[in-house]
Design a protein. Structure first.
Length: 301
């Protein structure tokens, strides 16, 4: 095995390099001082130096080795997914890290963490931010520009570092959480419909007739995307999900209610209440090949 000793002035290390026939490169075999993570930028950009790992250079979450052929990953890391350089970008919180080299940083002692985040997003060169001082709940702002260098795992550091990520990277990370949110929202919506329906049922002797009509977005794709409702007083809507268009609800101008629009969601349950004002017909229609209908609702006389 061929090996040489090299004095690395940049990192202040004495290194023993060995030749790899596979990669046709010299790789670091051993070095002094022993704690290599104390050497400046040993793991390159976005590389996290962890003394208990082998190799000691590991890429941060959301990054991959820039040069996989180098077994020590000392050439740094690159993003899994490129930034959008817009307000669509977000941040992933890292803790237990020694903060990056402050050479390309900016600080403001009067800003809070929320203002710091906004400041970072406004600048496409800003790659990370944190509180300047974590005491008393945190205050001040520190942001970094360009590649983050000289990062080291440090169990003694309790300061959070927020590193900029693309929206697609954040979506991958938060996908399971979003599924849970959707399920919980759907359950809450159904429970809300049942509660409201029960309330209407208990109260209808005083209110008059009540009709509940439901429809799904999938059933109205070919519709005229127009829902006109003419009622005596007012109805209400309970929905979940998202529909791309806005449906117009056209109310009779009674009791101060005029025409207004509301965004109709993925699946809706509409309940319309009628006060006993005599035998008075009201109708609505949904412009859909599948659901076109004309329902007559009569209030009590």
């Amino acid at each position: 095995m061929s090996s040489i000793l090299v004095l690395n002035k940049t990192r202040s290390l004495l290194e023993r390099l060995t030749w790899s026939e596979t990669t046709q490169n010299w790789n670091v075999y051993l070095y002094v001082p022993r704690d290599q993570c104390e050497s400046y930028g040993v793991c390159g950009a976005y590389g996290n130096c962890i003394t208990t790992q082998s190799p000691i250079c590991q890429c941060l979450e959301g990054f991959k080795p820039k040069s996989p052929g180098y077994m020590d990953w000392s050439k740094g890391c690159v993003r899994n997914k490129a930034l959008n350089y817009s307000k669509l970008d977000g941040f992933i919180k890292f803790n237990g890290l020694k903060l990056p080299d402050a050479k390309n940083s900016w600080v403001n002692k009067s800003m809070n963490l929320k203002q710091c985040r906004v400041k970072c997003l406004e600048n496409s060169s800003c790659m990370a931010y944190t509180n300047l001082d974590i005491r008393g709940g945190g205050n001040g702002c520190a942001i970094w520009f360009g590649d983050l260098i000289d990062i080291k795992q440090s169990i003694n550091n309790v300061q959070d570092l927020f590193i900029r990520m693309s929206a697609s990277e954040l979506g991958t990370k938060e996908g399971p959480k979003m599924k849970i949110v959707v399920i919980v929202t759907a359950i809450a919506a159904v429970a809300g419909v049942l509660i409201v329906g029960y309330y209407i049922y208990k109260s209808r002797t005083n209110l008059g007739f009540v009709r509940v009509v439901s429809f799904e977005k999938s059933a109205s794709k070919r519709s005229e995307k127009q829902l006109s409702v003419k009622i005596g007083v007012l109805g209400f809507l309970i929905c979940s999900g998202v529909l791309s268009s806005v449906l117009d609800f056209d109310f009779d101008s009674i009791d101060g209610f005029g025409k207004f629009s509301v965004a109709v969601l993925m699946s809706c349950v509409m309940a319309f209440l009628y006060t006993p004002t005599g035998k008075n017909a009201r109708s609505f229609w949904l412009g859909s090949d599948q659901l076109r209908s004309n329902l007559e609702i009569f209030s009590r006389g």
